[in-house]
Each structure stands twice: as structure tokens, then as C-alpha cells.
Design a binder for this molecule. Structure first.
Ligand SMILES: [Fe+2]
Length: 443
């Protein structure tokens, strides 16, 4: 397969196109497993999900059934959820608290640190039988960035902090929202979408679609805020001052300075109710006191959608949501979505946050189902094989605005580099074209 030919970047014509077979081919899907998901760092969970010794979450990551668990010793570990005897899953619950896991097939038993502690009819094995060898197995690398845990199945993986690179700064904008720390709020949305995982990745970085696709949500918000919906439809206040950036290594962000309909993210608004006014103003002041006007302004007065390559998304818009997706085939992806909140947030604020999470993003929400419908529609449209290319050229001719497609181009460049067996694309940003041909990288 000629991976080089699957992406066309024509600098003179300022065209960037991706061949649609990358979204439909079984062969590509299998190569992605090997060259992307077996090599990258992949998100597995947040420390707050397993706060107490013995707490665990069952997770599928990179095509493996895993257990994300805090041991009796307080250490966070990840185990393959597969008995070292014959292979059955030792953990058959999505979450809980356990001292040990007993395989239901032959009752081999492991403690919450992975050690093999009991074998029925142990007399059937020699006296010096090495139980340590048969402990639950862990991926070669497990590490965390400020409580966000990642795994890598690549024995030669670079350090997680190098991998995250420029994305760390954006993670900090969220993780610094409270001195008390952030936590994952109970209540997980899980669903499968009939679309290629890369359609989900690029949708997650995309703001261009918001005005035409999410009309239900925007008109609902406009009504709430007493705004003239028609007058707002050109920009929704999203475009002004926003930008799309590559954060290196395939990571990217769309950052907006909201006004108009999208405005009251970190500002009190009558729709939040009078009791919320003091708390919102207090939080805002605390952030500005701690981080100063520039960073405080970024945290409170802008919002962002960003992707940690290849499959982990922060949606810092009106509520902080984390979303990660696990490809299950060329045309299906399983999503897990949950909300994150400051640990010290009041009950009332948390309720507002979760209302927003559910009304915007929920499976019955006003916006996210539009996205799912759109990407499933793309996938279905790919059946017309004669329409061979998808276009990601928007904004190659200017400093990229938030509704431009630079972050998606950065994603595709890294995707192609990895599919060619390289660790990194040689560049993520666009090259600017000058009068006498191609010149330096643009921002
Ligand atoms: Fe959307």
C-alpha cells in the first residue's frame, strides 16, 4: 500500500486532501493498530476515579481489555484483564472496589496488586512453582501527567511528558482551575458510532461546523439569553479572536474568545440564577489573583477544544468534558465521555455544570448528537468510492483562525508519518507560500 499517496499537500495551490480509503479500509485499520495504537501513549483514566485502595475501573485501551486500579499499597497500576492461566477475564465488572480478583474459569486468584495468591489444587504444580511469573501482566509503560494516566504498549516509548509536549500547557489551563484539584464526576456516557475514529478526532478539533450544524443548541441558548439568534448566526462570537494551533506530535487545539451567544462561560449570567453570581465571581477573582490577567484571562475568558493525539479530547466549553475513543473497526468507534469538575465546587455549581454537560453533549443533548449524525453521514457517503478525497485545506492561505483546518492538517501529518513507520512528522504547521515559491513555516 502506498501510504505516501493517501495525503496530497499542494503548497502552490494550497490544497490539503486525504484519500477516503483511510476511513474505510480494513488493511489501513490493522496497520493503524500496529503503527499508531501500539506505539502512542493512550489515555486510560484519572486518579480521582480510583481514589481508595482497591478501587478499579475496567477499560478497553488500544484493543486490550485492561484494569485501571489502585492497590492496597496506594499505588496506581494497570493490568491486562486476562488470567495468566488460560486467559479468561479476571475482572467482569466495569467498576468497583476489590481486594482480589478470582478468575471464574479455574478460580486462580490475584490480589489488587496483581500477585497470584491462590491456585486451587496447588499440589498439581511443583513445590518451586514460580507464582511471581504468573502475576497479572502490565503494559510496558504506565505514567501520569498531573493525575491523568496514560499507557503505552511500545517498550521504547518516549517519556510521557515529551510525548504530550505543547499539549501540557493546555491541560494545565484546565487542571489549574482549582487549588483543590479536579475530579471526574460520576456518570459516564458510553456509545458506539458507526464512523471511522479519525472522523471523531477531526470533529473534535473542528469549530467550522458549529454554526451550520448546531443550530438547535445555539437558538436554545440565544432564547435563554434574550439574544437575537439571527444576528448572531454569522459568528456566534466564536470566530472573533480565536485561533487553531498545532501543539506538536499531532496534538492540536481550537481556541475561542467567546462573545455573544457563547459568551457566559466564566461569567455570571442571569440564566445561571442569582445564587450562582457570588460563587462565579469568587472563582474568577481567585483565578486572576493566582495566575495574573493574561493566564487568568485565558482560563476564564476563552474556551478550547483540544485533541491529544490520537484519541483523547478535552472539551473545555461551558463544562469540562473528557472524551476518548477506541476504534473497533474501520467504520465503528466506541466513545467514553465524562465530566470533570473542581473538587471544591458547590453542589449548585456542579448541578449547573452537569446540566450543561447533559444538555449540550449528552446522547439526548442539543449538540453532540448532531456531530454523531454528521460523522455517520460522512462514513455512509464514503460508499460512493468515486468521490475519492476529503478536503482539509481551509486556512492554508492565512494565519489560521479558529474555524480553519490547521489542527486537522497537523493530525493528518502525524498520522501519515506514523503509518510510514516514523515517530514524528517533520513538521506540523503549514508552509507559507511567497512570491518566489515555498518559504518558512507559518504559525
Ligand atoms: Fe460539534
Amino acid at each position: 500500500m502506498d501510504i505516501e499517496s493517501l495525503i496530497v499537500e499542494d503548497l502552490k495551490r494550497q490544497i490539503f486532501r486525504v484519500h477516503r480509503s483511510v476511513m474505510t479500509s480494513q488493511e489501513i485499520f490493522e496497520l493503524e493498530r500496529e503503527r499508531i495504537f501500539n506505539r502512542c501513549w493512550l489515555y486510560i483514566g484519572h486518579e480521582s476515579e480510583i481514589e481508595k485502595p482497591g478501587d478499579f475501573r475496567r477499560r478497553d485501551v488500544g484493543g486490550r481489555p485492561l484494569i485501571f486500579i489502585r492497590g492496597r499499597d496506594g499505588v496506581v497500576r494497570v493490568f491486562h484483564n486476562s488470567c495468566t492461566h488460560w486467559g479468561a477475564k479476571v475482572c467482569r465488572l466495569d467498576q468497583g472496589n476489590a481486594n482480589s480478583f478470582q478468575c471464574f474459569y479455574h478460580a486462580w486468584t490475584f490480589n489488587n496488586q496483581g500477585d497470584l495468591i491462590a491456585i486451587p489444587d496447588a499440589g498439581g504444580y511443583p513445590k518451586d512453582f514460580n507464582r511471581a511469573e504468573l502475576a497479572l501482566k502490565s503494559p510496558p509503560h504506565v505514567d501520569n501527567y498531573r493525575g491523568l494516566y496514560f499507557v503505552s504498549f511500545n517498550p521504547d516509548a518516549e517519556p510521557l511528558s515529551d510525548y504530550l509536549g505543547g499539549a501540557r500547557e493546555y491541560m494545565d489551563l484546565i487542571l489549574d482551575q482549582s487549588e483543590a484539584g479536579m475530579r471526574v464526576v460520576a456518570g459516564t456516557q458510553m456509545y458506539t458510532v458507526r464512523a471511522n475514529w479519525k472522523l471523531m478526532a477531526t470533529n473534535s478539533l473542528d469549530t467550522y461546523h458549529a454554526p451550520p450544524l448546531h443550530t438547535t443548541y445555539f437558538s436554545y441558548m440565544a432564547k435563554f439569553k434574550g439574544l437575537d439568534y439571527e444576528a448572531e448566526t454569522n459568528s456566534f462570537g466564536i470566530r472573533d479572536g480565536g485561533r487553531g494551533l498545532s501543539l506538536g506530535n499531532g496534538h492540536g487545539v481550537g481556541e475561542s474568545a467567546p462573545s455573544g451567544v457563547a459568551r457566559p462561560i466564566a461569567h455570571w449570567h442571569p440564566m445561571f440564577g442569582e445564587p450562582a453570581r457570588d460563587e462565579i465571581n469568587r472563582v474568577r477573582k481567585r483565578i486572576f489573583d493566582r495566575f495574573g490577567p493574561e493566564r487568568g484571562g485565558l482560563m476564564c475568558d476563552t474556551f478550547r477544544l483540544f485533541l491529544i493525539y490520537p484519541n483523547f479530547v478535552f472539551h473545555d466549553v461551558m463544562a469540562v468534558t473528557l472524551r476518548y475513543f477506541e476504534p473497533v473497526g474501520p467504520d465503528a468507534v466506541r466513545l467514553t465521555v465524562y465530566a470533570m469538575a473542581p473538587k471544591d465546587e458547590s453542589k449548585e455549581q456542579l448541578e449547573l455544570r452537569l446540566n450543561n454537560f447533559v444538555s449540550f453533549l449528552g446522547p439526548g443533548g442539543f449538540a453532540h448528537p448532531d456531530d454523531l449524525e454528521a460523522i455517520e453521514s460522512c462514513q455512509d457517503g464514503f460508499r460512493s468510492r468515486e468521490v475519492e478525497w476529503s478536503d482539509f485545506s481551509k486556512g492554508m492561505n492565512r494565519d489560521p483562525e479558529v474555524m480553519d483546518e490547521l489542527p486537522m492538517r497537523a493530525f493528518w501529518r502525524q498520522w501519515q508519518a506514523q503509518m510510514l513507520g516514523r515517530d514524528r512528522a517533520t513538521r506540523f504547521d503549514d508552509l507559507k507560500v511567497t512570491g518566489n515559491g515555498v518559504a518558512a513555516a507559518g504559525k
